[in-house]
Design a protein around this ligand. Structure first.
Ligand SMILES: Nc1ncnc2c1ncn2[C@@H]1O[C@H](COP(=O)(O)OP(=O)(O)OP(=O)(O)O)[C@@H](O)[C@H]1O
Ligand SMILES: [Mg+2]
Length: 263
C-alpha cells in the first residue's frame, strides 16, 4: 500500500471522463463547460461555495439529473470509455455501477438485511439465500458496520444511529458491486465520531472503487482526498493534487475560498 503522499503523486488512472459538460435547469445554466477525469486510484473531492454546482455536476455522473424536472445535460461523459448518455445505456444498471450516497442517510424502511439484499436481488446477483447471506455480510463488513449489527440484522435500518445509517447506505451501494461511488456531503448530518468513521471507511475503500466526495469541510477534503476540484459559479476553476490545491493554489478564487474569504 502506498503512503498518502506517494498515492497523491501517482498519475491519473481515469475511470470516468467528462468533457465540455453543461447542465441547464430550464434556461438557467448551472454547469458551464466542465471537463474532468474521475480517477480510479485516488479519492476526488469536489469543493466550492454553496450553489456553485457540485451536486448538479455529481448527479451528471450517474444520470441522477434525469430524475430532476427541467434539467438538461450536454457534453460527453464516459465510464470506461462508454458514453453513459447513449440511448443504449441501461440507466438502472448504470446507477448500480455508479452508486450514490446522499447527505441525509436514507435507508429503506426495511430490515438492515433487506436494505443490503434489495439491490442484489433486483440485479440477480444471488439466487440462493446462502449466497445472499454472503453478500450481506461482505457488504456490511466492507461498510465497517458488520460487528455493530450482526446480531440484529432483522431490526429496522431506520432504528440505527445516523452514522450507522450512513454506513448502511454505503453498504447498500457496495452490495451491487459498483465501480464508482459518489458521495454528496455524506457526513454533514453526522457528529464528529460518526464522521471520523466514514472518513476511515473512505480510506479503506480507496482503490477498490473510484470515489468522489462533495464536502464543505476543507479539513475533510484534505484528509480523505488525493485529488480536489474547486467549483465556482458553475465552472471548474481548478483541479489537481489535493495537497497542491490547499498549499499552493493556482487561481486567486481557489485561494480566497480555501482561506475562508468567501463561501
Ligand atoms: N432542481 C433544480 N431546479 C432549478 N435550479 C436548481 C435545481 N437544483 C439546483 N439548482 C440551481 O443550480 C445551481 C447549482 O446548485 P447545486 O445544488 O448543484 O449547488 P451545490 O454546489 O451542490 O450547493 P450546496 O453546497 O448548497 O449543496 C444553484 O444555483 C441552484 O439554485
Ligand atoms: Mg449540493
Amino acid at each position: 500500500m502506498l503512503t498518502d503522499e506517494q498515492q497523491a503523486l501517482k498519475p491519473n488512472n481515469a475511470k470516468m471522463s467528462a468533457r465540455d459538460v453543461n447542465v441547464f435547469y430550464g434556461a438557467k445554466q448551472a454547469i458551464k463547460t466542465v471537463s474532468i477525469d474521475v480517477d480510479m486510484d485516488n479519492v476526488t473531492a469536489f469543493i466550492g461555495p454553496s450553489g456553485c454546482g457540485k451536486s448538479t455536476f455529481l448527479r451528471t455522473l450517474n444520470r441522477m439529473n434525469d430524475t430532476v424536472a427541467n434539467a438538461r445535460v450536454e457534453g460527453d461523459i464516459t465510464l470506461d470509455g462508454e458514453n453513459i448518455y447513449a440511448p443504449s445505456m441501461d440507466v438502472v444498471q448504470l446507477r448500480a455501477r455508479v452508486g450514490m450516497v446522499f447527505q441525509k442517510p436514507n435507508p429503506f424502511p426495511k430490515s438492515i438485511y433487506e436494505n443490503i439484499a434489495y439491490g442484489p436481488r433486483i440485479h440477480g446477483l444471488a439466487s440462493a439465500k446462502a449466497d445472499m447471506d454472503v453478500i450481506v455480510e461482505k457488504s456490511l463488513r466492507r461498510a465497517g458496520l458488520w460487528d455493530e449489527v450482526k446480531d440484529r440484522l432483522h431490526d429496522s435500518g431506520t432504528a440505527l444511529s445516523g452514522g450507522q445509517q450512513q454506513r448502511l447506505c454505503i453498504g447498500r451501494a457496495i452490495a451491487v458491486e459498483p465501480e464508482v461511488i459518489l458521495m454528496d456531503e455524506p457526513c454533514s448530518a453526522l457528529d464528529p465520531i460518526a464522521t471520523a468513521k466514514i472518513e476511515e471507511l473512505i480510506h479503506e475503500l480507496r482503490g477498490r472503487y473510484a470515489i468522489v466526495i462533495v464536502t464543505h469541510n476543507m479539513q475533510q477534503a484534505a484528509r480523505v482526498s488525493q485529488r480536489t476540484a474547486f467549483f465556482h459559479l458553475g465552472t471548474l476553476v481548478e483541479y489537481g493534487v489535493t495537497s497542491d490545491i490547499f498549499t499552493n493554489p493556482k487561481a486567486d478564487r481557489t485561494r480566497d475560498y480555501i482561506t475562508g474569504r468567501y463561501g
